[in-house]
Design a protein around this ligand. Sequence first.
Ligand code: NOJ
Length: 525
Amino acid sequence: MPNWLKDAVFYEIYPQTFKDTNCDGIGDLNGIIEKLDYIKDLGCNALWINPCYDSPFKDAGYDVRDYKKVAPRYGTNEDLYRLFGEAHNRGIHVLLDLVPGHTSEEHAWFQESKKAEKNEYSDRYVWTNCWIQGVAGHPYIGGEAERDGCYMLNFFKCQPALNYGFLNRTESWQLAPDDPACIATREALKDVMRFWLDRGCDGFRVDMADSLVKEDDENKSATGAIWKNIREMLDKDYPEAALVSEWSNPHQSLKSGFHADFYLDHHGNGYNTLIRDNETPGGDHSFLKKDGNGDIMRFLLDYLPKYDNTHKDGYISFITCNHDTPRARRTLDYDELKIAWALFLTLPGVPFIYYGDEIGMRYLDIPTKEGGYTRTGSRTPMQWDSSKNHGFSDADPDILYLPQDPSEDAPTVEAQEKDPASLLNVTKELIALRHKYTDLQADGSFDVIYAEKEQFPFIYKRGNLLIAINPSDSKASAALTEEAYIDKDDKKSTKLTPVYSIGEFKQEDNTLKLQAQSFVVLSLV
Ligand code: NOJ
């Protein structure tokens, strides 16, 4: 386990829309370098940058044309090497986005693979052996290649599936995962990883990490075996490199060698019930919505088994949002967001903040761009200040990659920096708190102290810190049990000392009374 992950607080950057320095209306690597001091000041000490490789951008860069080349619209490879160096100078680690399951249809491997003559890349992708034979149960394309066969898709039409084999084979064209061609695909992926790791990259966020071997068993054992093999390479040659999966199944991912796995927003899962439970008939019952009448048990019943079974293997990553998910500001106001970030930044594992969430940027209802569809509204340009294009770019507003929040009260970094009670400043305080107390970091213990169905508050213990949260719009109180006072050394504490709070609270005898929308951290020692 890379040591630096224990205290990592990540910041996810969508390079298209973070900061444009060459006035073409689209963000670039030099823009990220320019803003590293801002990221450091926020308290984040790690970055995840969405794909910045050469691509036709039919899926915003998740359709990679050349894994080893920075897309010219973002700069050059040298700019990225410089970014690694500048980030490291500030104590910031950098993860790139690795897309192992598919490439762009324009990738050189695929151009070779399409050819009728057999060559080194013929089996690099999943092909059937006849132009009229499809891939049962999976999307595929026929009629486009000289080669007599159809190819399988991994996501959009532009993303042919790389071939890591089929575990359960029913057709002659399906290769076994240990076929030399499938091993060659895995080795090619390792070569890409080595390329960036050798140049200063600190690891990868892995796209659709569970999508490698097809017709895998329900435990994804064959896909897991590939990641274990890759982890062996990292442990041997790059022990400080981190692997974070887009898998959202820690039982599988963390046991397959990933250091951390995202807890993604899937309708009805524990994370979803905390902040985005707005598709349920009868209204939004998110726990963190002040009038949602939420239920912390819906979260805990999903999260606790995951945490209990995997916290010795790796970390579950809470996210404020990501480039595929509606921004939380769509349904939560600033006060609700403060409590939400307070929860995510005091839970175990490795947290991720999506750019702009620290100021509560809005989700915009705008037309699709580069395959974004409903995701596009979460990908708009960062709002830095009150100057032209909110300081994102000096370009003509008409050529910006995406439009910006047109509201008079569009949040900006500049305005929130001046307001001590702003979401930005509260987020900074929360991140600083996490860095200050190892108990709050990835490995600190987690024990539920008070959680009752459809009741507030929620109280939990992280090491020697007792944390209480009342996101509701009414007062809430709870009697503290014996367990609440037992510190890490099994000693009973006599006094709880407040170390941080949002809103008012009172401690009377053994009862903790919290005002509406409040959050408090108390120390047992
Ligand atoms: C997941 C990525 O997060 C998403 O943005 C992308 O469209 C798909 N994988 C396909 O790579």
